[in-house]
Every structure is written in C-alpha cells, then in structure tokens.
Design a protein around this ligand. Sequence first.
Ligand code: FES
Length: 128
Amino acid sequence: MNQATSSWIDAGPVDAIPSPGARQLRTPQGNIAVVRTVSGTVYAIADSCPHKGGPLSQGMVFGERVQCPMHGLVIELATGTAVAPDVGVTATYPVQIEGGRIFIDVAAPKTAAVSQGCGGECACAKAA
Ligand code: FES
C-alpha cells in the first residue's frame, strides 16, 4: 500500500467491529459496509444492496455472507455476488490489515455493482 499516492483510507481498528458484525463507513466515494466474519476475515463492500439499495451494513452476517435487512437477498462477501436464485452484484473493495487497523482502497473496487435483472423469479419480485 502506497499511502502517499493511493486512495487507501484508515477504517479504524479491527477490534471495533464485532465478529461477526458490520459497520458503515462514510467516504467521499459513497458508503461502504465494513464486515467482519466469525472467521475474522474483514471485507469491504458497497453499503447498497443490488436489489433496492438496502443498507448491507445493517444486515445479518453469517459464514462469509451478509443478508440484506430489507428483503433478504444474500451476498457473498468475497465477490459481492448475490446467492442464487437472486442475481446482482455489489461493489467490493480491497482490504488490508496493518497494525490491527483496517485499510480500504475506496477508489479501486475489485468488482463493480450490477443491478438485478431477475425476470421475476427472485427476491425482488417477491418484495415488489
Ligand atoms: S433492498 Fe436488499 S433485498 Fe431488497
């Protein structure tokens, strides 16, 4: 991480986030859900569900996934991808842990967000 030329931001201490749990990080690039799983892995994903923008930082974390609190869509934290039969992707961001602190590259998403286009068979149709 080259802090002199990069867009890495300090998201605070790892221990400030319950395991499992999440909190919202506000950035100029938009809100990010910083998620810590029971295994201790920390992920950073856009705090916006690909269904209707629900706050993923308020969702239930289980395994390496988070469930949107709005209508129940489940997101794989490593990829930002919705678990089938739902579709859609939320942006994910690189994370590094240094000295017990979380650093996130907010300007270089690993995956880009893709809205759902389910055709009527997923959670968005049930929650419409
Ligand atoms: S807004 Fe997330 S499931 Fe609907």
